[in-house]
Design a protein around this ligand. Structure first.
Ligand SMILES: Cc1cc2nc3c(=O)[nH]c(=O)nc-3n(C[C@H](O)[C@H](O)[C@H](O)COP(=O)(O)OP(=O)(O)OC[C@H]3O[C@@H](n4cnc5c(N)ncnc54)[C@H](O)[C@@H]3O)c2cc1C
Length: 321
């Protein structure tokens, strides 16, 4: 097939890479490849620590995609850390929040190692560097800045938080601010915690890089880093990992997470399978985690017509199923 992919974030690039692997002809169009939410993401491959109530479908998708990450990362030549996630609470109320998260994870069959101080390790969770992933994908998938007309059998819309008309209203941006620091004393694994009720995570990377995130705010304006956001993140992260006081603050970034009305991605035909427009968007807080699974699902759909009903965009567009 000849497939046009709009959007060279982690989703569009993963889809394009999978289609190329399967022998299809692919054109990817993006005026600013890799500059969207994928540029900001912390890279946690974290279906359980990020689990919210009533997100069982998302948990299932996350687990399926996490299982694909090892071979996916090997193929791209990017490292994945498999140290797990430490859930930790600062005060008594925060430790109750840890206990609630542990109960939720266990209810859904996730492995948890409880620690004496009320913290808990989720040993099956992992993390990666999304910028390294995008760079590796850009080395495999050619991207053009401008859409030059040409015949295509299908068009995949993977434009993140800004879907083109008439699909724009299906996705809204949820601003996330995130910090990058360099520390000579980083944590050994991802910390995910609560400090006086504020959620925060601290993700260690190679060469002492530490990522601290993230704020979450609905808004209509372009995403910017705010003084209040940075203060809140640093205060909470420093309470969990005091060594961050000595860390170099390298970068503060804000991007929009692409969010849908039910927090589940849109993967499948936009309206009718016959019109050849396929959505691969709305991955909200989990686009890095879900990239390899999304790539398979889009490629399978284009080849066989199969659609996962949970992700079918026609649940919102009212198109023919
Ligand atoms: C602060 C923060 C932390 C996060 N942490 C994590 C995490 O730890 N783990 C995780 O799994 N997820 C995380 N996420 C979510 C993740 O970043 C997103 O779900 C994911 O990056 C979405 O990828 P995407 O390719 O759909 O969108 P994007 O990365 O936004 O890419 C969309 C691309 O489309 C292009 N584009 C836009 N319009 C057009 C057009 N008309 N034509 C052509 N191209 C166009 C843009 O230039 C952009 O390159 C985080 C997000 C944020 C903001």
């Amino acid at each position: 097939m000849r497939v046009k992919v709009l959007g060279a974030g982690i989703i569009g690039l993963s889809v394009a890479d999978e289609l190329l692997r399967r022998g299809h002809r692919v054109t990817v169009v993006d005026p600013a490849p890799g500059a969207g939410a994928s540029y900001a993401a912390a890279g946690m491959l974290s279906p359980s620590a990020e689990l919210w109530h009533h997100e069982e479908a998302l948990l299932g998708l996350g687990r399926r995609s996490l299982a694909l990450w090892g071979s996916y990362a090997d193929r791209l030549g990017v490292p994945v850390r498999t140290d797990g996630t430490l859930l930790v609470g600062y005060d008594a109320g925060d430790r109750q929040q840890v206990a609630r998260q542990v109960a939720l994870v266990e209810k859904h069959g996730g492995r948890v190692e409880r620690c004496a101080d009320g913290s808990a390790v989720l040993p099956d969770e992992a993390s990666t560097d999304p910028r390294a992933v995008v760079t590796a994908l850009l080395g495999r998938v050619p991207v053009v800045p401008v859409d030059s007309a040409g015949d295509h059998d299908a068009t995949v819309l993977a434009t993140g938080a800004t879907l083109p008309s008439p699909y724009a209203s299906l996705v809204r941006g949820v601003r996330g601010e995130i910090l990058r620091l360099r520390s000579d004393d980083p944590p050994a694994r991802t910390l995910r915690g609560w400090v006086h009720g504020d959620a925060v995570y601290v993700v260690p990377r190679h060469r002492g890089e530490v990522v601290v995130g993230a704020t979450s705010e609905e808004h209509d304006a372009p995403p910017v880093v705010t003084a209040g956001g940075v203060r809140r993140l640093l205060t909470a992260a420093r309470a969990l990992w005091p060594a961050l006081d000595r860390a170099e603050l390298v970068e503060a970034t804000a991007r929009d997470r692409p969010c849908t009305p039910d927090n589940l991605p849109l993967v499948g035909p936009a309206v009718e399978a016959a019109d050849g427009v396929v959505l691969a968007a709305g991955h909200y807080r989990h686009g890095v985690l879900l990239a390899p699974l999304t790539a398979y699902l889009v490629a399978d759909h284009l080849e066989t017509g199969v659609v996962d009903p949970v992700l079918d965009p026609r649940r919102f567009t009212g198109g023919d199923r």
